[in-house]
Ligand binder design. Structure first.
Ligand code: ADP
Length: 205
């Protein structure tokens, strides 16, 4: 079997700032940031998968696993074909995928999880509801606009995504307080990753 792709996983409730920190890791360490939500939003809204995405995301639900994993795999394959990603040496930052244990199992043969960065908002859950309201206005995301949908996404996170915490070995886990400023959160993530950065091999060295 082909060598597994090295990956750092970002895990956290909607609105915790995974996208912001994923971009920071991509920019500063040269990791390749892949956000499943962005892949879905980039789909043609009239395509079959685009329609399926809207149907689920507008209700605050996860898109079925087979579509999601296929979208991710196709994206990675396209990056490889375009010479934008070298699976032998580059590291992925996965933001939003896997999002449940079933997806983690499907990804297992493809990725070697180097770290699991858990962005905790447990200190003040209502803060993410406030953040998502702001994002709804700034980015016009339909799934952020309705409070009931946001609350459903938080429930789905607790029920489906949080169990991933115990799926991966504890020694891989870096937990940060995601309610700090973005700079403080980035600081804590880097501090947590530091011991492994050699092995993670930044792209731009
Ligand atoms: P957030 O983390 O703020 O909810 P995302 O942009 O990561 O936002 O995801 C938006 C929506 O896209 C999710 O609510 C879900 O419907 C869909 N989605 C994204 N990633 C996945 C995934 N791995 N599995 C299933 N659905 C997903």
């Amino acid at each position: 079997m082909a060598k597994k792709i090295k990956a750092v996983l970002l895990l956290g409730a909607p609105g915790c700032g995974k996208g912001t920190q994923g971009k920071v890791l991509g920019t500063l360490l040269g990791f390749i940031h892949v956000a499943s939500g962005d892949l879905f939003r980039a789909l043609d809204k009239n395509s079959e998968l685009g329609k399926i995405f809207l149907e689920y995301s507008n209700k605050g639900l996860l898109v079925p696993d087979d579509f999601t994993v296929r979208l991710w795999k196709d994206h990675v394959d396209r990056m490889v074909a375009a010479g934008k990603f070298n699976p032998q040496s580059d590291t992925l930052v996965l933001d939003g995928i896997p999002r449940n244990v079933a997806q983690a199992r499907v990804l297992d043969p493809h990725i070697e999880v180097m770290k699991l960065v858990v962005m905790s908002v447990d200190r003040d859950r209502e803060e993410v509801v406030r953040r998502l309201k702001v994002r709804a206005t700034q980015l016009g995301r339909l799934d952020d606009a309705k409070e009931e949908v946001v609350r459903r996404r938080l429930e789905v996170y607790d029920k489906e995504t949080a169990p991933l915490l115990s799926y991966y070995p504890l020694k891989l886990r870096v937990t940060v307080d995601a309610l700090q400023t973005p700079l403080e959160v980035a600081h804590d993530i880097f501090a947590g990753l530091l011991g492994r950065t050699q092995e993670l091999r930044p792209v731009k060295t």
